[in-house]
Ligand binder design. Structure first.
Ligand code: ADP
Ligand code: MG
Length: 351
């Protein structure tokens, strides 16, 4: 019996000393995917392990970036541009990751009552071109003609996006239609990459792809595992506070959609890049909307949709979703929280 107890004690000691093996915090940053900065923070056994992991993350994100690209072609890759170029011509054979994004995006169209519509490409392209021109030459900045927008809007029916999961093909049956996955692609890629890391056994990590944040677990702290501290950017660029508030999350995602980063100005009025499908004009209810939920793809799709909804509609909508919290920043800086959001706040910012 005594021997057994000693044996068990030794086993216990070995197990606990194994668990206590301290992991170190590492950080990496790189450019080149989704036209933004990717920041990675994680706890690893050693630097080599972390660096190799960062390399795999970069490879994964690069693959997603190429698949979801609407502007460029890549040798040997059928991507969103290939699908758009073949609208009304032929179904395009694509890989599973692209099918997965499109199925998800189509589902989100119905779930958001058409607010997030990836079939809005023809309309978004017009706004994109006018915005780019207006940014590069502010004196000649102008709004797209109403007629042009309305014409384009006739080619935005999500039912014309035909996904054949068995054949692994995608076909746009309207030749005038095109896809723009800007509202969902980054989040979906972030989520898939996080799931890949979870599959590798990673337990303490934060992936931030241009503000699309997804945490895996928490971080080792003095009192055991603690949540990550994530700063939310201040949409008011005139104040010196670059962060509006901080949220504490473990295994959650934080995604913001704002009107303060991508916009152009016509006659003193700012026009941002999130377009309300019902007016074909930029949504103007808020300076910023932040969503917290587990799935980063969902957070991205919802941040765009909720940005388009008026406040009361958005509150009702978010209130009806399980495990989703939101924060709205109004044009005058006033902040509104959904019920669940406050529990994530590091300090209660409500005045
Ligand atoms: P960000 O690109 O700043 O992260 P979002 O996730 O909100 O912000 O996505 C905005 C992008 O989504 C736009 O640049 C455009 O490509 C696309 N988009 C704009 N309005 C819509 C909409 N109503 N439905 C689907 N996509 C949209
Ligand atoms: Mg989005």
């Amino acid at each position: 019996m005594k021997r057994l107890i000693i044996f068990l004690l030794v086993v216990l000691l070995l197990v606990t000393s194994g668990c206590a093996k301290k992991k170190t915090r590492y950080q990496a940053e790189f450019l080149g995917v989704f036209d933004t900065v990717t920041t990675i923070v994680g706890y690893s056994d050693n630097k080599e392990e972390f660096t190799a992991r960062v390399g795999r993350i970069k490879d994964k994100l690069t693959e997603y970036h190429r698949l979801y690209d609407i502007y460029h072609s890549y040798k040997g890759v059928n991507n969103i541009k290939t699908i758009n170029d073949n609208a009304g011509i032929a179904p395009v054979k694509v890989n599973k990751e692209l099918i997965s994004l499109l199925l998800f995006a189509k589902k989100q169209y119905y779930a958001t009552d058409g607010k997030t519509n990836i079939a809005l490409g023809s309309v978004l392209r017009i706004w994109h071109d006018y915005r780019e021109k207006g940014i590069s030459d502010p004196f000649s900045a102008e709004l797209p003609p109403r007629k042009l927008l309305e014409q384009a809007a006739r080619h935005t029916n999500i039912e014309d996006l035909i996904i054949d999961t068995k054949a692994s093909t995608v076909y746009l049956s309207d030749p005038g239609m095109s896809l723009d996955v800007g509202a969902v692609a980054k989040g979906h890629a972030t989520e898939r990459t996080a799931q890949y890391l979870e599959g590798e056994g990673v337990s303490s990590f934060v992936l931030d792809v241009g503000g699309n944040v997804r945490a895996i677990g928490g971080k080792p702290g003095q009192n055991g595992i603690e949540p990550w501290n994530i700063g939310i950017k201040n949409p008011d660029k005139e104040t010196k506070d670059t962060e509006l508030c901080n949220v504490l999350i473990s295994g959650y995602s934080v995604v913001s959609s704002g009107s303060y980063e991508r916009y152009y100005t016509v006659n003193g009025i700012r026009y941002n890049h999130i377009i309300d499908p019902s007016t074909l004009m930029p949504a103007t209810h808020f300076a910023d909307v932040t969503i917290i939920c587990h799935d980063s793809g969902l957070a991205d799709a919802l941040s765009t949709a909720v940005f388009i909804m008026p406040l009361e509609m958005g509150k009702k909508y978010v209130g009806g979703l399980n495990g989703v919290a939101a924060m709205w920043v109004m044009g005058n800086g006033e902040v509104v929280y959904s019920k669940g959001f406050k529990s994530f706040l590091k300090v209660d910012n409500e005045k």
